[in-house]
Design a protein around this ligand. Structure first.
Ligand SMILES: *Cc1c(COP(=O)(O)O)cnc(C)c1O
Length: 458
């Protein structure tokens, strides 16, 4: 299979400089940042793969929409445009705008949650879990069994384990279930897609037990791409129709517009049930804003409405997924172990397998993110024992099950030549791997240590 045949389906109207740096400069910068890329200045980063969230490039149409933004407090035209777009896309009659995804989550799951409630998901994203647990409720992840094999090419590793869902609802009792949440694509589970068949099966179980079914639809366009390409019966449907078919299965959705809405800030809830929507709107007014703007400026709502049209365009989605796949396949061809198949928004490198001589307590993932920066000015994030490791009562590290590094790809930002450059950097990393040394933690906070911990090279 060839992944070389794609071009960016856009030309460039406005450019932002990349500040070019040398290896010597970057050795100094990463040392000053205590070998933690979160502590780097962005102006010292050449290719920023830290996240795909809020990092999209907007189109000329979206910028035109920014100018058209109607900033009226109530009933703005920009709100009317966004509301109409979201009703049409989701099919849900009630739309609630928020400043980003987690605000939508806090409102919905805060209201549905509380002590004694349980939420079940293919995998809760970390802000989803945090909002559920903050309400006093419990969050259970039930990814499908196929997700455990990181080498097979099973196409829908984002699926939920439906048999387990049925069991858990019965075990906890229908009245104690806050909601069932299907995250598409499954971000925490490697950006792997969910099939329509799985979404249908989840919907059936939810209907049978009469429990609320919510879609976390941050990347539903990217998910639709995989359904059209890999699931039988969807070849002739448009990506938008596929997304609409999935929305129709659920009772509502929560979205961070920072992903597939192709904007830098925004989010929303959309719901079928009037009573639930009214309760959420009341909470919205307390902390986000009036019902016709939530946490958003008129211009933001305009850009989201346009972005949600553009994201389903054939040429865009083809380019989007092809470019992620291209990067993953190319670095795999250099002998770098990557999780398989390549997901929609990110490539995950198995740093534990790349550096078998570096034990978990010397953090192979952190080692790789430092090497990527030093050799290429590339910023990526460790998803391994720095992020998820814990200590036992004797202060010994309990490692994370995998030592991964995530290269999250911003939308419409980097070109194929940038990707080719990244592949070259990986080539160097492979050449140097036998002599690459691990790191140790010299300073760490109690919680979320990956953001601020200090390291030294061993
Ligand atoms: C980003 C994300 C969120 C949270 O959205 P924010 O806009 O960052 O608050 C929730 N769920 C998923 C799957 C996400 O990727």
């Amino acid at each position: 299979m060839s992944f070389n045949n794609f071009i960016e389906p856009f030309k460039i109207k406005s450019v932002e400089p990349l500040f070019m740096t040398t290896v010597e400069q970057r050795e100094k910068y990463i040392k000053e940042a205590h070998y933690n890329p979160f502590l780097l200045h962005s102006r010292h980063v050449m290719i920023d793969f830290l996240t795909d969230s809020g990092t999209s490039a907007m189109s000329s149409e979206q910028w035109a929409g920014i100018m058209r933004g109607d900033e009226s407090y109530a009933g703005a035209q920009s709100w009317e445009r966004l509301e109409a777009e979201l009703k049409d896309l989701t099919g849900y009659p009630y739309v609630i705008p928020t400043h980003q995804g987690r605000a939508a989550e806090r409102i919905l799951y805060g209201y549905l949650g509380g002590k004694g409630k349980t939420f079940i998901s293919n995998t809760h994203f970390d802000t989803t879990r945090a909002n559920i647990e903050f309400s006093g409720a419990k969050a259970i992840d039930i990814p499908c069994i196929e997700a455990e094999n990181h080498e097979s090419d099973y196409p829908f590793k984002g699926n939920m384990d439906v048999a387990k869902l049925d069991e858990l609802i019965t075990k906890y009792g229908v009245n104690n279930i806050g909601a069932v949440i299907l995250t598409v694509t499954n971000n925490t589970g490697g950006g792997q897609p969910v099939s329509m068949e799985n979404a249908k099966a989840v919907a059936e179980v939810c209907k049978k037990h009469k429990v609320l079914f919510i879609i976390d639809c941050c990347r539903i366009a990217e998910n639709a791409y995989f359904i059209k390409k890999k699931e039988k019966g969807f070849e002739n449907k448009t990506y938008r129709q596929i997304a609409q078919e999935m929305f129709a299965l659920a009772d509502g959705c929560a979205m961070s517009a920072k992903k597939d809405a192709l904007v830098n800030m925004g989010g929303f809830l959309a719901l079928k049930n009037e009573e639930l929507a009214t309760a959420c709107t009341n909470l919205l007014i307390i902390t986000e804003g009036f019902a016709t703007y939530g946490g958003l400026s008129g211009r933001d709502m305009e850009a989201i409405a346009i972005g949600l049209r553009e994201v389903f365009e054939d040429d865009y989605l083809e380019y989007r997924i092809m470019s992620t796949t291209y990067l993953g396949e190319q670095i795999k061809a250099k002998g770098v172990p990557v999780l398989y198949p390549i997901g929609g928004h990110a490539v995950y490198v198995d740093a534990g397998a790349l550096y078998p001589h570096i034990p978990a307590h010397e953090y192979p993932g952190q080692t790789l993110v430092c090497e990527l920066y030093k050799l290429g000015g590339i910023r990526a994030v460790e998803i391994g024992s720095v992020m998820f490791g814990k200590y036992d009562e004797n202060g010994k590290l309990i490692p994370s099950p995998m030592e991964l590094v995530r290269l999250a790809i911003p939308r419409r930002v980097y070109t194929k030549s940038h990707f080719d450059y990244v592949v070259e950097v990986f080539d160097k990393i492979v050449q140097n791997k036998a002599t690459t040394k691990g790191v140790k933690i010299v300073k760490e906070p109690k919680f979320l240590r990956h953001f601020t911990a200090h390291f030294e090279i061993l």
